[in-house]
Design a protein around this ligand. Structure first.
Ligand code: PLP
Ligand code: COI
Length: 355
């Protein structure tokens, strides 16, 4: 249950927009639930936590986020469990990462319990919006931005924390054809790739657009220095099955430490499947596809869930993976993780936060 330590003022929407939403055709991030949470940081503390009807917020055109991009976000999901209860998947991990992003962008910390309680209160209020359907959930988007009206390049004195929620279905509807990026980089050593800074996503759009023009669905990001090592897959982490082992790039300052990544590695370890977190060379993967050692590749993320890769393009050549429909590891991991998220199996790791 939501603890009562956080005082949140609630103004409910007069009417719900829920009847207008077509749940058979949910486009990711386009339908917002009836309410949103907002809070302010001023005078060195978080205050004024409010749940309001979803709507516009007032802003100054001089607000520093608009000029210097001091903003970041999180992404997590709430599920309707098999027994009808409502659960949020591992919100403490997102709280932890939220504060890592805040630290790197010189923004204030938000105590974990305030983060989790804010989200839980919003989800509890809009719980009718959670789709009760396989592969569907309520996507939760917490974010923080700098609100000081000042053009000097310095950390803002004031910030806003907001949370929106959206009912969503699968982010990807098919197996992916992806391109190894050898020109652009998502993140560099000493940068902030490990943070969910908005700027990381802004910088990814041109390369993603170019890749789409070449017929690819996503980009495999590689290291900025040599483009020789695999880092991530679009807005997801990347995992390979190689010689029966699970192999994934070890996290570093250029890689987002995904909650899904962590969860599937825990599950694989519980099955006694060898897990290797290490530098993964592009050449090793491409050779592995050719000689049959790499049998599966997939992206893992909150929005992406576990999405298999069918083809990898590299410098004009296409490397075809074995039919992802027969990919046993991805299927078993997906099933196991879904059984936990939808409450069909015992949550032995205590990952479900019951609202
Ligand atoms: N990497 C990037 C760049 C992302 O945007 C995401 C999505 O949040 C992930 C990885 C996967 O992280 P998570 O599993 O916590 O959603
Ligand atoms: C998520 O998986 O939560 C993400 O943040 C991906 C998003 C950029 C669509």
């Amino acid at each position: 249950m939501v603890s009562d330590t956080l005082d949140i003022q609630i103004s409910k929407a007069e009417t719900s927009r829920l009847p207008q939403i077509d749940y058979s055709n949910l486009v990711f991030g386009q339908n917002f639930s009836d309410h949103m949470l907002v809070a302010d940081y001023a005078d060195g503390q978080w205050q004024n936590f409010q749940i309001l009807p979803y709507g516009e917020i007032k802003m100054s055109p001089a607000m520093s986020v608009l000029h210097y991009g001091q903003t970041f976000f999180e992404g997590l999901k709430a599920y309707k469990l098999a027994d009808g209860r409502v659960s949020i998947f591992r919100p403490n991990k997102n709280a932890e990462r939220f504060n890592k992003s805040a630290e790197r962008l010189c923004m204030p910390q938000l105590p974990e319990d305030l983060f989790v309680q804010s989200i839980a209160a919003l989800v509890e209020l809009d719980q009718q919006w959670i789709p009760d359907k396989e592969n569907h959930s309520l996507y939760i988007r917490p974010f923080m931005f700098a609100t000081e009206a000042a053009l000097g390049v310095h950390p803002s004195a004031t910030y806003k924390f907001c949370v929106l929620t959206c009912p969503v279905g699968p982010y990807f509807s098919k197996y992916l054809k992806v391109k190894v990026e050898t020109e652009y980089a998502r993140a560099c050593d000493g940068g902030f790739g490990f943070a969910k800074a908005a700027g990381n996503y802004a910088g990814s759009m041109l390369p993603a657009k170019k890749a789409a023009e070449e017929g690819f669905d996503q980009i495999i990001w590689t290291d900025a220095r040599e483009h020789a090592f695999v880092e991530e897959l679009g807005a997801a982490n990347i995992v390979f099955v190689m010689d029966g082992k699970i192999v994934t790039p070890s996290t570093r300052d250029t890689i987002l430490k995904g909650v899904t990544r962590d969860s599937i590695l825990e599950i694989a370890k519980s099955w006694n499947v060898p897990v290797e977190e290490r530098r993964v060379a592009v050449a090793e993967i491409l050779d592995g596809i050719k000689n049959g050692k790499v049998t599966e590749a997939f992206g893992v993320g909150t929005a992406a869930t576990i999405t298999s890769i069918a083809e990898i393009g590299f410098k004009g050549e296409v490397y075809t993976l074995p039919d992802p429909a027969k990919g046993e590891f991805a299927a078993k991991l997906r099933r196991t993780l879904d059984d936990i998220k939808y409450g069909r199996t015992e949550d032995i790791n205590n990952w479900n936060y019951i609202v």
